[in-house]
Design a protein around this ligand. Sequence first.
Ligand code: HEM
Ligand SMILES: *[C@@H]1O[C@H](CO)[C@@H](O)[C@H](O)[C@H]1NC(C)=O
Ligand SMILES: *[C@@H]1O[C@H](CO)[C@@H](O)[C@H](O)[C@H]1NC(C)=O
Ligand SMILES: *[C@@H]1O[C@H](CO)[C@@H](O)[C@H](O)[C@H]1NC(C)=O
Ligand SMILES: *[C@@H]1O[C@H](CO)[C@@H](O)[C@H](O)[C@H]1NC(C)=O
Ligand SMILES: *[C@@H]1O[C@H](CO)[C@@H](O)[C@H](O)[C@H]1NC(C)=O
Ligand SMILES: *[C@@H]1O[C@H](CO)[C@@H](O)[C@H](O)[C@H]1NC(C)=O
Ligand SMILES: *[C@@H]1O[C@H](CO)[C@@H](O)[C@H](O)[C@H]1NC(C)=O
Length: 317
Amino acid sequence: MFLKHLFLALTGALSLATTPVSAQRPSSTPICDYYAETILGANTEANQRLLMVLLLHTTVLGNYTTPNTGIAVHGIATPGNFHGQDVNLIKYFTGELDSTNDGTTPHGVPVLLLDGGGAAPLLKNVSSYNTSSIQYHLFDHIEQYFATLLGCSKQGGAALPAYQGRASMYEVHKFMDLSAAELGWFNLQATLAIASLGFSKADVAIVNDTLYNVFSKRCSPAVTLVPMNAGPQLQSCCVNEDCPLDANATCAAYPNKGVGVPPEAANATNASASGTESPTGTAAVATSTGAGVPAMAVEAWGTVGAVLGAVMLAVAL
Ligand code: HEM
Ligand SMILES: *[C@@H]1O[C@H](CO)[C@@H](O)[C@H](O)[C@H]1NC(C)=O
Ligand SMILES: *[C@@H]1O[C@H](CO)[C@@H](O)[C@H](O)[C@H]1NC(C)=O
Ligand SMILES: *[C@@H]1O[C@H](CO)[C@@H](O)[C@H](O)[C@H]1NC(C)=O
Ligand SMILES: *[C@@H]1O[C@H](CO)[C@@H](O)[C@H](O)[C@H]1NC(C)=O
Ligand SMILES: *[C@@H]1O[C@H](CO)[C@@H](O)[C@H](O)[C@H]1NC(C)=O
Ligand SMILES: *[C@@H]1O[C@H](CO)[C@@H](O)[C@H](O)[C@H]1NC(C)=O
Ligand SMILES: *[C@@H]1O[C@H](CO)[C@@H](O)[C@H](O)[C@H]1NC(C)=O
């Protein structure tokens, strides 16, 4: 399969017999399709899904499986350091911060997102041990999102459904108050992950540029992305004041002029604050968005036991 693809890619321009070149993706072949075939052997829907699984799980856990081209990936699940700044992204997933946007509460709520077995199922290439968990939906959604972003042409069947999450990345991430170093660390792990799987330097750079230019600047203008039919959406994930301002900044389009507010610790005792949220991280999360998005099914995700989940995660990681 790889050779056939290589042959097609090179026909007309180069002679196969005399070219010890490394493979190059034809610009008309989407990144997802190309690497489903070259890395996983065939451009099928199942392989496109597996490619997204490997991409995401490696970004989260660090390199844990084959294929691996000899590039080590740290992963975002354990603390790291980006250009001299300590970063620890797992805290946004454990329910220890009021950082989840449940779609209705006007501030973040604490939710344990890793309630489906933590790292253990991820190491087995599955999202969760439990299909009714928040973790199951979270990982499925991110895989579906990146599948669309990277042009997976087979997306839409049972193996790799269309994106089922929220369309505005700003809305999803706004209560985390992510900083430049946090985005930089996430993007570095994601790009190391795809490099470790065998993406070419040129394609790693394309993905990297997208991650930086679309999601990692403050006050970026609304753009139509995933799903396309949602229309233009605010996509800035970087909302901390230290994030670089988009060259075309439209801060007025964002709440609070685009400046994030740091999430409080979920264990902070404050009688006047969040009302019904309990510090044990129990909350319902909706998958639909507001502004401009066609109504999507709102799923009430089950409640979770944060203490049990945190213990599972600690063991798993
Ligand atoms: C420092 C960087 C990032 C962190 C710490 C982070 C963390 C998270 C967390 C905790 C969630 C769960 C939100 C919830 O359900 O309450 C989430 C969801 C998601 N994130 Fe990120 N994220 C980061 C960057 C990005 C970037 C750059 C993208 C770009 C595509 C992205 C795409 C998504 C998607 C698609 C979802 C699922 C949304 C849904 O299900 O509705 N994230 N992220
Ligand atoms: C991660 O990749 C590095 C570099 O290829 C390798 O030495 C290490 O064994 C890998 N770790 C795992 C768990 O696969
Ligand atoms: C995960 O997928 C990779 C790539 O196909 C494979 O090498 C590995 O064995 C899979 N892991 C498990 C536990 O199935
Ligand atoms: C799956 O997770 C949900 C929500 O976390 C929980 O209510 C349910 O009991 C779990 N089921 C199994 C089989 O673990
Ligand atoms: C990714 O983009 C950032 C910001 O432009 C840059 O600093 C970094 O070197 C790039 N990394 C790769 C692997 O292209
Ligand atoms: C800014 O927006 C204008 C108009 O939409 C566009 O032509 C231009 O390329 C954008 N510049 C940058 C740096 O994104
Ligand atoms: C609250 O949680 C933070 C970390 O999120 C921890 O440092 C602090 O000790 C906790 N405080 C209490 C009272 O448990
Ligand atoms: C308590 O709530 C008030 C009002 O919402 C807020 O200003 C304050 O920062 C909160 N303090 C803590 C420790 O949560």
